[in-house]
Design a protein around this ligand. Structure first.
Ligand code: DX5
Ligand code: ZN
Length: 229
């Protein structure tokens, strides 16, 4: 049974104390830190770019996954292929030539990831599935933290898991991103997700990240004991 990885979205963190936040997240038992890069064009919001990621990567005590919500991300792969960044994830909808961008990420020595907006069919990644190491199912419309989980994402996660299983791609990480909390976590893990991005829940629950991780792991443990193998 694969370990479910928990990846706090830095977008919901206090940017005035990022270094302490990393220590807190590591102590809390998080596995990755999720970097939401937004350009205000692909999504209606702007967060931070490669300059911030370069600085964060210098003190990151957890591996980083860069979620590039930017138009034509192929132009910036080299900028985000930094030490400490393990996964570079691009949106299917933002790449005119997705296969080329996936190859660029692999050639940069990073794990290529592809992200799907809620309404984007899973068929859009079927021809690159063998070239990626990470699939991210968006369970909110990208651009903001604190949104409600979109219920039909569960069926979509199951569909991607079936595609991966059918190809024997058991090492590909299947992530879900948006509105994940202790109630949603067991549903999406049961559907086949093994990488949970969580922002507003993890940083706002009383007791902070340590409490949030504990609750999520407890909720998953329970469902795995009785649910999906
Ligand atoms: C949304 C981002 C998500 C978001 C997660 O566009 O990609 O990573 O920050 O935050 P919550 O968990 O609050 O939905
Ligand atoms: Zn994200």
């Amino acid at each position: 049974m694969k370990k479910v990885l928990i990846a706090p979205s830095l977008m919901s963190a206090d940017f005035a104390s990022l270094k302490d936040t990393f220590d807190e997240l590591k102590k809390a038992g998080c596995d990755y830190v999720h970097l939401d890069v937004m350009d205000g064009a692909f999504v209606p919001n702007i967060t931070f770019g490669q300059m911030v990621v370069r600085n964060v990567a210098r003190f990151a005590t957890l591996p980083l996954d860069a979620h590039l919500m930017i138009e034509e991300p192929g132009r910036y792969v080299a900028d985000f292929a930094l030490p400490g960044v393990r996964i570079i994830c691009v949106h299917v909808e933002a790449c005119r030539h997705l296969d080329r961008v996936v190859q660029q990420i692999a050639e940069a020595g990073k794990v290529p990831g592809v992200a799907l907006n809620p309404a984007t069919p899973v068929s859009s990644i079927e021809w690159v599935l063998d070239r990626v190491g990470f699939v991210l199912v968006m369970s909110v419309n990208p651009g903001f933290g604190g949104q409600e989980f979109i219920g039909y994402s569960v069926g979509k996660i199951e569909a991607v898991r079936r595609m991966l299983d059918a190809r024997g791609l058991k090492d590909v990480i299947l992530g879900v991103d948006g509105g994940v909390n202790e109630r949603v976590a067991p549903q999406v893990v049961n559907a086949g997700a093994d990488f949970l991005v969580t922002g507003s829940y993890l940083f706002n629950v009383r007791g902070g990240p340590a409490e949030a991780v504990k609750r999520i792991r407890r909720a998953i443990g329970k469902t795995r004991a009785g649910g999906r193998t």
